[in-house]
Design a protein around this ligand. Structure first.
Ligand code: CTP
Ligand code: MG
Length: 169
């Protein structure tokens, strides 16, 4: 049981790293180049930058690589690819979430439950779908969804207290 949970944690950790590192690494040119959508609002907003996008993918993949090398076991070989796809999915899903938020009229930085916490998670799994390890079944996905929600809330609260984020979400 404990080992299974540890295995699930190691699996999802790259996505969490990919999702959280842009707060520190982000900045510079926004991904939407400040263009507006047809509704006159920004496509994604200033909260989605290229530096954050690629920085998140690099950090998430590096986390997977670190795990893979430290495990050195049968899970290790394909794990970097899993981590890379989880990371790309995370940052794409994060941007899609912002796209939906802007279309709904939610300003950047304002909270939107589901979009903030779970879009990246769902996209991470979709991107990694072709290489998902067999132990990621429906129960595992449900467990990780709840865990991701909790981790997101706790980490954003911490980031807020550390002064990394203006708001605790
Ligand atoms: N960030 C970034 N590039 C990304 C994702 C995030 O630079 N691709 C940085 C931005 O500084 C952003 C911060 O990380 O403000 C927090 O990310 P997030 O909460 O996802 O963005 P929000 O500012 O809340 O904007 P949105 O409402 O669009 O989610
Ligand atoms: Mg946010």
């Amino acid at each position: 049981m404990a080992l299974e949970i540890l295995r699930l944690l190691l699996f999802i950790l790259p996505a969490w790293f990919a999702n959280s590192s842009p707060v520190v690494l982000g900045g510079g040119t926004p991904m939407d180049f400040r263009w507006n959508w047809t509704d006159g609002r920004r496509i994604l907003g200033d909260g989605k930058t290229w530096r954050g996008f690629f920085g998140g993918i690099v950090v998430g993949t590096a986390a997977a690589a670190l795990e893979a090398f430290s495990m050195g076991s049968y899970i290790a070989e394909s794990f970097i690819l899993v981590g890379l796809l989880l990371s790309i999915g995370t940052l794409v899903g994060d941007a899609v979430g912002s796209f939906v938020k802007r279309r709904m009229g939610t300003p950047p930085g304002r909270p939107s439950f589901v979009m903030d916490q779970l879009f990246f998670f769902v996209f991470a799994l979709l991107f990694a779908a072709p290489v998902l390890p067999p132990y990621i079944d429906a129960t595992a996905v449900a467990f990780l969804a709840v865990l991701t929600l909790l981790a997101h809330m706790v980490s954003n609260w911490i980031a807020n207290r550390l002064g990394l984020k203006k708001v605790p979400w």
